[in-house]
Design a protein around this ligand. Structure first.
Ligand code: IVH
Length: 676
């Protein structure tokens, strides 16, 4: 190295550092919506980088932040990447005997590391020269999806390790989790939106990690614990040392790791955590035992699916007997009457359970339970509490005969809220109150749904305010919202002029909410957010939708006969038409921005498979383009496939099938040319 380049070296380093810093800042700003630099700081760093790049033209890089505007990455499909080391699973055990059996097969005197078994999904993080470069899901164990844009939303995962003592490449594996608190908040939100609930935090974490929208992933708040470091030239001779090192390097490693010398110590660890885990912020379903010495691990090796040097011990599903004090009934916004078990409070996996859903009449009858029974409540695999059975009524300890002696359980035949006789639609398990326009929880529920975040997003009109306005006769339906006057609102206790003005501003802003969300907000039975979007894409204004027949509606993706019937019934109800007219007068968007039916027939009659990842558009965008040009996007390759829109890293199975059937592949450029 000559003298000049030695002098230049710090500046070249600065250039590289600034690129990374600005890239990171762009990502946080555009993708995560969490700016980390002020505009001024950002501009100053950008100017400095521009100056340095001008000084060192040999370091030109088209990927530099000076060469492109920040974009919200992560919109494209995930890239499939082969694991460097296969991602195996663990053999399970359930008892001391099974653990003893396993230990017996190990070299005598071996040390065993005990760790918590986190109940999420595994992730493999690749670090190259200290930089996080890939984050792979387990996939099929051989190759996984690179979900790095979503993983970067997890605050405890370092994007970069700035140390001299790290190998050029290493991999850290761990578990991605949605903490209990976040899980419960997410499900509450989904319940309000009538979206299907996640059964447990693991499903929620897995659904979240697959989203193509890192902003939404960031909002949900994933967490990760890391438990396994792999790679060449790593420091340490034991697993425990490696994890300690990883911790020093800044990785999130659980504190609950112990080196045990015998089965008694292992069992003591299990006993401790079986109780203590209930106080953890994340779900665990067992513990993992690993041989500590890495040379011994290597000697023990692997079976086809699992390492011989590790085993999982699974905690028994947590179940408790408690008294079913009473069955109450909840009426939802669509009139469905749900029976709720009111229980003698009982401690289950860290939370006190006093209510659990009984789903419907058939469920209660199948378990033959009635008030006064002692029932089993379970949080199996940490699921939302459910009733799984009842204790024998003849068992003295189990029942309170006075309460249920000789009485058969019967579901109410009138609405517990408004007294209207309930109806049960054939083929459905639910009883429903048909008094849509007069049943208080249905009226309030519809208004709550209408103003909710994913619908009209009207701030300041929460559950309590809606209840208050309903009591005062100010709100009887969704159209009344647009007649609210400043003086009416401000006259209510708790609501001053300031909040009244806020609320009115929110109401005014809602007039700009796009047609698809307005359609969702109307609360037509079974028309959720996604279905509403699909309908609005085909029917881009309310007038054409209003006259659509059930048969026509069924042609829309995801719309089955039941949903179609519900839509037709909605528009056949005069009361709804009156409300819609008032909303139209108020200025709501009853029309989409662009006609989104097929805009050309260039792909008419074609079945097209999309595979791989793309540079110019996301998969969803390509799907929309296919549909807009009269084609059909299908999931799997068959004789009928017209061609495959093939991106980078197309799945090997699809490629083989396409070759076998002689189906042509088109690149994205060729495709774009076709529909030009
Ligand atoms: S070690 C080759 N340690 O459990 C062994 N796994 O049922 C690699 N898991 O696929 C896994 N906590 O997703 C290990 N402390 C822990 C773990 C853990 C949770 C998961 C992991 C694995 C699954 C097997």
């Amino acid at each position: 190295m000559d003298l000049f380049s030695e002098i230049e070296e710090p500046e070249r380093e600065e250039l590289k550092r600034l690129r990374k810093e600005l890239e990171e800042a762009n990502y946080k700003y555009y993708v995560l919506n969490m700016p980390t630099l002020s505009d001024r700081e950002f501009d100053e760093k950008m100017h400095r980088l521009q100056a340095l790049e001008a000084q060192f033209p040999d370091m030109f890089d088209p990927k530099s932040p000076t060469q492109h505007v920040g974009s919200d990455l992560g919109k494209k499909g995930f890239e499939q990447v082969r694991h460097k080391y296969p991602m195996l699973s663990l053999a399970n055990s359930y008892s001391r005997e099974e653990i003893e059996d396993w230990v017996r097969k190990l070299p005598s005197g071996v040390e065993i590391v005990c760790e918590l078994k986190f109940d999420g999904l595994s992730i493999s993080l690749w670090y190259e020269h200290g930089q996080l470069v890939k984050a792979l899901t387990r996939g099929d164990g051989v190759q996984g999806d690179d979900v790095i844009a979503n993983i970067k939303t997890i605050p405890s995962i370092p994007w970069r390790i700035e140390r001299d003592d790290i190998p050029d490449f290493f991999e850290l594996r761990g578990e991605v989790l949605l903490p209990w608190e976040r899980f419960e908040a997410l499900n509450k939100e989904r319940e309000e939106q009538e979206e299907p609930l996640f059964a447990n935090p693991r499903n929620a974490a897995s659904g979240t990690l697959k989203l193509q929208d890192p902003k939404e992933v960031a909002r949900r708040g994933l967490e990760a614990y890391l438990y396994y470091m792999l790679g060449e030239n790593l420091p340490g001779k034991t697993h425990y040392e490696r994890l300690t090192t990883a911790k020093e390097w800044g990785f999130h490693i659980s504190d609950a790791i112990r080196v045990c010398k015998n089965v008694d110590e292992v069992m003591a660890y299990i006993a401790y955590w079986d109780t203590e885990r209930k106080n953890l912020p994340v779900a665990t379903d067992g513990i993992v035992l690993k041989v500590n010495n890495l040379a011994q691990q290597e000697e023990l090796g692997y079976t086809a699916k699992t390492p011989r040097w590790a085993i999982a011990y699974k905690f028994p599903a947590e179940k408790q007997l408690t008294l079913l004090k009473e069955i109450t009934y909840q009426v939802g916004r669509t009139g469905v009457v749900t029976p709720v078990a009111n229980l003698e409070p009982v401690q289950l996996s860290g939370t006190i359970v006093q209510r659990a859903t009984l789903h419907n009449e058939d469920f209660i009858k199948s378990l033959d339970i009635r008030p006064g029974d002692r029932v089993w409540v379970e949080k199996g695999g940490e699921i939302i509490p459910k009733i799984v059975g009842r204790a024998d009524r003849n068992d003295e300890m189990s029942a309170t005969p006075s309460l249920n002696d000789g009485m058969m359980y019967s579901f109410p035949d009138v609405c517990p809220e408004c007294g209207t006789p309930l109806v049960r639609v054939e083929g459905e398990a639910a009883w429903r109150c048909p008094n849509e326009a007069g049943c208080p929880p249905q009226i309030k529920g519809k208004i709550e749904h209408f103003v909710s975040r994913k619908a009209m997003n009207i701030d300041g009109l929460g559950e309590e305010t809606i209840d208050l306005f309903y009591q005062k006769g100010l709100l009887k339906n969704i159209a009344d919202i647009y007649d609210l006057k400043l003086e009416d609102i401000a006259a209510q206790e708790r609501l001053g002029e300031k909040s009244a003005l806020n609320m009115l501003a929110g109401i005014e802003a809602s007039k700009q909410v796009p047609w698809a969300r307005v359609l969702f907000a109307l609360g037509i039975r079974m028309v959720g957010e996604t279905t509403a979007k699909k309908i609005a894409r085909v029917y881009n204004n309310i007038d054409t939708l209003q006259w659509a027949t059930a048969e026509q509606l069924c042609a829309i993706e995801d719309v089955g006969p039941q949903i179609a019937e519900n839509i037709v019934a909605y528009f056949n109800d005069m009361r709804n038409l009156e409300i819609l007219e008032r909303l139209r007068q108020a200025g709501l968007q009853f029309e989409g921005e662009a006609a989104e039916g097929p805009q050309s027939d260039k792909l008419a009659g074609m079945s097209i498979v999309i595979s791989g990842t793309f540079a110019h558009h996301s998969r969803d965008e390509y799907k929309a383009m296919i549909e807009a040009n009269g084609g059909k996007n299908v999931g799997s390759v068959s004789k009928k496939t017209s061609f495959i829109l093939a991106g980078e890293n197309m799945g090997p199975e699809k490629r083989k099938k396409a070759e076998d059937l002689g189906i042509p592949l088109k690149t994205e450029e060729e495709f774009l040319e076709m529909i030009q």
